[in-house]
Design a binder for this molecule. Sequence first.
Ligand SMILES: *Cc1c(COP(=O)(O)O)cnc(C)c1O
Length: 371
Amino acid sequence: MNKVPFLNFEPIHSEIKVEMLKAFEEVYDSYWYVLGNKVKQFEEEYASFNHTKACVGVSNGLDALHLSLKALGIGKGDEVIVPSNTYIATVLAVSYVGAKPVFVEPNIETYNIDFSKIEEAVTPNTKAIMPVHLYGQACEMQPIMDIAKKYNLFVIEDNAQSQGATYKEKITGSWGDINGTSFYPGKNLGAIGDAGAVTTNDENLAEKVKILRNYGSQKKYYNEFIGHNMRLDELQASFLSVKLKYLKEWTLKRQEIGAWYDEALKEIEGLILPKIAEGATHVYHLYVIRTKKRDELQSYLTEKGIGTLIHYPIPPHLQEAYESLGLKKGDFPIAEELAETCLSLPVWPGMGVEHVELISENIKAFFNEQI
Ligand SMILES: *Cc1c(COP(=O)(O)O)cnc(C)c1O
């Protein structure tokens, strides 16, 4: 072994291949491919996993967030608070309903939204807060819920990266009024294609999302709303049911890898490791380190056959797509600093301690060469 890819499905996908092929065959032979028993079954299983009354399977994570906002009636003239360092999908969902994203800086140590800065961003137009459990770490949800309560705001969790994480023992995706998650293949629970889900304890909101995902129609050919085609299909649902059974085991493996990195990298000068907020757990969708020499380190590791990625090189407020917000470099210095210094190391269930050692030795060698 002298190479480590950033992501490798092989260990887990080879382990479950027989079950997955059987799941495929069942759907194939059922002759029923959209909105059937497999979707219903997965929705029940995921709701149970996520400790929510309801789960609604949808086409992907972005659509889950979009439909969540739409079900709450958020739209034109409304403002939604989002972290300034998130994946663009969080912000796009806000734009889709015609609302305005309002950015709040993250905590530089945990990379999650800094709850102490939320209140100053609240205006009379603020309708909701969208915390993102970034990289797999739960946000500090209790203080966020307290602020939401104080100002009468909805909370929509972006749980795309953190299935199974908890804050004060309560699972992410169960705190907010309605929440979205993604089953993009590379997420902790990944489909064999695009998929996502909404989770909520509010049966009425769940019902609304069910109607919105299916053309705005409850009864075939009768349309109550201008809806969408944003359904989860039977095949992806049946694959997800197989994989969900393994999620806890795979999460433990991710956490073990996180602990190996913590230990192996702890004494490197110039290298910042991810920190976990008190009361939060981390499911290590990504293990994100920081250094001022990020680009040099990334090139060095690439040369050594070690795959890394940057999540994310450009914060949303500096994206061309959001030019119309009139924001500029310097407006969100913490998000900008993170974008310039963060580097994601390989984390995939099936990675061994020998992989982590190889990566860590190379990182150490890089920093030694710098002196
Ligand atoms: C992946 C992701 C999404 C979007 O999910 P898709 O299924 O790719 O549409 C949204 N938010 C975050 C934080 C993500 O990581």
